[in-house]
Design a protein around this ligand. Sequence first.
Ligand SMILES: Cc1cc2nc3c(=O)[nH]c(=O)nc-3n(C[C@H](O)[C@H](O)[C@H](O)COP(=O)(O)O)c2cc1C
Length: 341
Amino acid sequence: MKLMPMFFEVYKKFIFMLPPEKAHEISLYIAEKIYGSYLKRFLVSKPNSRNENIMGINFPNKLGLAAGFDKNGDYINFITNIGFGFIELGTVTPKPQFGNPKPRIFRVKDDQAIINRLGFNNKGVNYLKNNLLKIDRGIPIGINIGKNSTTKIEKAHEDYEYCMEQIFFLADYITLNISSPNTKNLRDLHSESSLNFFLKQVKKKHDSLTKKHRKHVPLVLKISPDIQYDSLESFCKIAIDYEIDGIIATNTTVDKSVLNDKSINIEGGISGKPLLNKSNNLIKAIKDQVGSKINIIGTGGITTKESAIYKLECGADLLQMYTGLVYKGTNLIREITSNIK
Ligand SMILES: Cc1cc2nc3c(=O)[nH]c(=O)nc-3n(C[C@H](O)[C@H](O)[C@H](O)COP(=O)(O)O)c2cc1C
């Protein structure tokens, strides 16, 4: 066993004794302190550079960090220097919000899975904006936006428009997160009429910001793996009609049947290994619908280089992971990026 993976296994033994949310905060706090210090020069893992141009953006490699890992941009020194080809920050909302009561993140260790019901806890879009204004930019940064829990679903577009306006000039791409299972009614935005209305409004704002800043910022939709397949055709058609640049497939699933342990009855969205097949099946179905008109960012269940390679074969143009990092550590990034084309 190599030194770094061995170190991670020892670290994991201790840190997994803490509740998941605490473990996440402590780990990232320490990592950010280290990567923000002179020690950084000994640790930086430059992305395996292949320079992929996707959605008009130059990505050093195809593997990115999925949204939710660093919602507020508090750990950018760390996450931009561990070999990812891009990162996605957020989800942020217009106003800061606490999210659901704790505990709200749970490990399902035997499944290499996480169940979360955070509910968009975040410090607000303006806090993220201030953090982004302070940093030196290296790899591309996507910003994932959502709505406050107090905003009615019919008015959701107003929250997305507000967030877009704040961070447009700082984002390499913007993700419209309409697929968190932990914000009431959010997934209703997948339905034909709601999506049509929502994208019409958001796209209007996007067009005016494009003109104002003379810059095209690709717009990406994040889809739920629990979407009914009979509404996928209209979902994809609307996305094409509104010239959406990318679809992130997928967010977490509420389908408990993907878990090996059927007795687990924790409310929330499941991520990690059990999500892999469900997410891949949706990627294939989306690819059938959109062809090369929309790029697909494949997310869900990547925990090995093989799963990453297979996700690309299913039709993904880019990849993202979150839970794999929790169970396997940062070494997994290099293992994947040196094995994908
Ligand atoms: C604790 C946790 C928090 C998350 N928060 C967000 C979020 O704020 N916004 C979002 O779009 N996705 C969020 N996600 C979903 C991930 O971005 C990703 O889509 C999902 O976990 C599947 O990828 P994975 O199996 O590699 O983890 C979160 C996932 C986890 C585990």
